[in-house]
Design a protein around this ligand. Sequence first.
Ligand code: SF4
Length: 366
Amino acid sequence: MKTSQQLQAMCGELLDWYVQQDRTLPWRIRPEDRAAGRAVDPYKVWLSEIMCQQTTTNAAAAYWYKFLDKWPGVQDLAAAPRDDIMGAWAGLGYYARARNLHKCAQIICADYNGVFPKTEAELLKLPGIGPYSAAAIAAICYKEASNVVDGNVERVISRIFRVQEKLPKAKPVLRNLAATLAGAFSHSGSHVGSYLGHPGDYAQGLMDLGAHICKPKNPKCNLCPWQGHCLAFATGDPENYPKRKPKPERPSRYGAVFYVEQDGYIWLRRRPDKGLLGGMMELPGTDWSVGKPNVETWLSQAPLKGDWQPIEGEIVHVFTHFTLYLTVFTAQVRSSGFAISADVNRLDDYALPSLMRKAIAKAARL
Ligand code: SF4
């Protein structure tokens, strides 16, 4: 175990490194920005934290700009129709985030007078804000010395201390070790010139270290400010950490969708609010079953009778817990209408997840 002096030295070294980096992000207020009088905006930070869950910062940035352009403040987002938010989120995945984003904005406006709560504990009560996001927002926006731990931070900590416990059981161990460091930071006052002790800088430095230096493969230990403290570096085996229980193989599921285009409109329907892709639009289709059913079973779930033909080659789409093999059927059918008819030239206006965009693109290429 490291002494409190060692831990405090580590915090200072991390901050020195963070200040020297010129890595910035559109939503980030760096120490020099703060010194120049730029204030952090909790709405922008919250949006970025929700978007960056399960998504790379590059992909999230384009959506972040789009959302701020459409809804510059939390009141604008709260007042927007949910379908517009789902449509703007389409392609970013994990759609519960978009539903919760809207709910959260409405609660902030109704119960908090449009002002984000200022503590990790209060933030945690809001929909879509989990322990990591609450800690990050509290540290960055309100200088709370919270313990910000995501998968990247877990990796850094597991290597520094060579934690032998396997994930996911190791989570509390890693969290406690990270808390020890965060505690040392809040007691150290830190020593980075005029940029004294901002927990948001410490948290962002640690996240940057995990994301860009202490990578899962080929960590850039020669650029790491914590090399001298890192037990895994000393033993030459950082890639062995964190230890993990082997993941079970991802199972497969099979389904079909039915593409109907009529006079420049295609048929869509909305998925139920609860569950995968909840609240998003889709082509009418079948259940997604564990085994591949015969074609008759699928056709019995077609939205109407017709000469349905499968398009060659399934769409393979990887979800977190399974891989979906999706067959697209087309037919020349006419009918007096369907629940939702979408203009093929304006599909960007519809909340279509990327899976359905792939299916439509496949059918439209015929
Ligand atoms: S020395 Fe290498 S393994 Fe250790 S924390 Fe730094 S980048 Fe990660």
